[in-house]
Design a binder for this molecule. Structure first.
Ligand SMILES: C[S@@+](CC[C@H](N)C(=O)[O-])C[C@H]1O[C@@H](n2cnc3c(N)ncnc32)[C@H](O)[C@@H]1O
Length: 219
């Protein structure tokens, strides 16, 4: 993958992609978090997902190792792995490339493992998660390109195959106290110190429980 798409994009958006060696070296500094299936990672200027794809690759390896013997467990925990990955980029083409790249990663691992038994609903859920979690917007103003606040879903696997979704503004998640919905790891961004992060955010929307295979029908 080239590190630069065009000189104009470098000048206007500082778009220089990080190479694989550096991505791995940085992620190795927080190795345990990258292998924890539910650690919540945010890359606020994600480009086409150089960091997020490596985090997802590591999480999926952990899912396969721990839950690979049961297809249902594999699907549930791969859902958790994807649902805890978040990205924002100001360029729509980067956002789409990032979503596609993460989808292909899951699809390849899933297909290799379960071949003809793979389920369309699982793939649809993964697609849906990526559309909701990887968003186009400005990570400095925390708004979408049409000026609305960026809103991220928080996904929690409750019991069996049920999932609870609550939506929070990006702003409230970044400033949340640590026992509230927040990110475990933020790539390349300073977040406020623990002391400043006192607020417990309230969701802007809550959804009824739904099967992890049916979140796309959740509205
Ligand atoms: C230096 S590149 C890094 C991309 C990726 N994180 C990587 O390491 O390969 C910066 C990225 O930030 C995006 N970007 C620039 N300004 C931004 C902003 N205000 N909000 C969100 N993304 C932005 C660019 O489109 C570009 O993809």
């Amino acid at each position: 993958m080239a590190q630069v798409k065009s000189r104009q994009r470098v000048e206007e958006h500082g778009e220089v992609f990080t190479n694989e060696r550096e991505v791995n070296a940085m992620l190795d500094l927080v190795k345990q978090e990258t292998e924890r299936i539910d650690s919540r990672f945010l890359e606020p200027a994600c480009g086409d997902g150089n960091f997020l794809s490596e985090v997802l690759r590591r999480k999926l390896a952990a899912v396969s190792k721990r839950y690979g013997r049961s297809q249902f467990d594999y699907e549930r925990y791969a859902f958790v792995a994807v649902s805890s990955i978040y990205g924002v980029d100001i360029m729509q083409d980067n956002v789409e490339e990032c979503r596609d790249r993460l989808f292909r990663l899951v699809d390849k691992a899933y297909t290799r493992k379960f071949k003809d038994d793979c389920r369309t609903e699982f793939r649809e859920s993964v697609r849906y998660l990526l559309n909701e979690n990887i968003l186009c917007g400005d990570a400095l103003t925390l708004t979408t390109n049409n000026g609305n606040p960026i809103v991220f879903p928080e996904w929690s696997l409750v019991s069996g195959g049920k999932v609870k979704r609550r939506d929070y503004t990006f702003d409230s998640m970044l400033n949340a106290s640590t026992d509230a919905p927040t990110f475990d790891m933020v790539v390349n961004l300073e977040v406020d110190s623990e002391d400043a992060r006192k607020a417990i955010p309230t969701p802007v929307k809550e959804y009824p429980l739904a099967s992890f295979l049916e979140v796309a029908k959740h509205e």
